[in-house]
Write a protein that binds this ligand. Structure first.
Ligand SMILES: Nc1ncnc2c1ncn2[C@@H]1O[C@H](COP(=O)(O)OP(=O)(O)OP(=O)(O)O)[C@@H](O)[C@H]1O
Ligand SMILES: [Mg+2]
Length: 219
């Protein structure tokens, strides 16, 4: 994934200014920075969910923001996994149905999606909660289910916004491991926004955001 000169504006406030960086397949980048520095806004642009005021993002060499909405939606379904900062599991679906959703959107038959999804849930330690609804599990369990959902279709790019925010140390390690394994074994490009210094240091490089601008990589 390449991010080229992205600027983001909300009315007259600027949330990001001229952000440029690239994440190779099979590698990971952590973005750190203080609250309000523009991390979530930037990730939304990378996820194809927020149109930048200027600049573009390419996924597997193809423009995300120069494409039609239909092409962007298709690229998102096929190539992107996204973990939102706050749980966005669908309340009317069980955890298993939530995790299986990206596969269903890609046309994978129901029975097959139901076979693949528990495996990913197991890796994140939430297989036992398959038949529960989001309001019947803890915040950390929701977060791990959301991570399973972002990885279930082996996307080329995984974007995770504070994926360890609600987790204890063991589960932080588990999530960090699964995200980095996705980079190494599935060949994904992984971008993780985090306040967690341990998670950041496990990534291949760390970018610092300060008031909407990136300072040079530290690793
Ligand atoms: N929808 C919006 N409308 C107007 N301003 C917004 C909107 N979303 C974010 N902002 C502003 O843009 C700036 C960046 O917000 P953003 O959510 O990207 O920060 P962040 O780095 O993710 O912060 P945190 O660490 O608290 O999650 C902030 O000043 C915020 O108030
Ligand atoms: Mg944020």
């Amino acid at each position: 994934m390449a991010v080229n000169d992205v600027s983001i504006k909300f009315r007259n406030t600027s949330a990001c200014e001229s952000v440029t960086f690239a994440v190779r397949q099979e590698s990971s980048v952590a973005i750190v920075g203080s609250s309000g520095s523009g991390k979530t806004s930037l990730l939304l642009v990378l996820a194809g969910l927020l149109r930048p005021a200027s600049g573009d993002v390419t996924v597997l060499g193809k423009s995300l923001w120069g494409a039609s909405r239909r092409a962007r939606t298709s690229a998102r379904r096929k190539h992107l996994g996204y973990v939102a900062q706050f749980s966005d599991l669908i309340p009317e679906l069980t955890l298993l149905e939530n995790v299986a959703m990206p596969l269903r959107l890609l046309g994978v038959p129901f029975t097959r999606a139901r076979e693949i999804s528990p495996h990913k849930m197991d890796q994140l330690g939430v297989a036992r909660m398959s038949t529960r609804f989001p309001d019947e599990v803890s915040g950390g369990e929701m977060q791990r289910a959301a991570i399973a959902r972002s990885l279930v279709h082996d996307p080329a790019v995984v974007l995770a916004d504070e994926p360890t925010g609600a987790l204890d140390e063991d589960n932080r390690n588990l999530v960090m491991h699964e995200l980095l394994v996705a980079a190494r074994t599935s060949g994904s490009a992984v971008v993780v926004v985090t306040h967690d210094a341990q998670l950041a240091s496990a990534a291949d490089s760390v970018l610092h955001m300060n008031d909407g601008r990136l300072s040079p990589p530290t690793k």
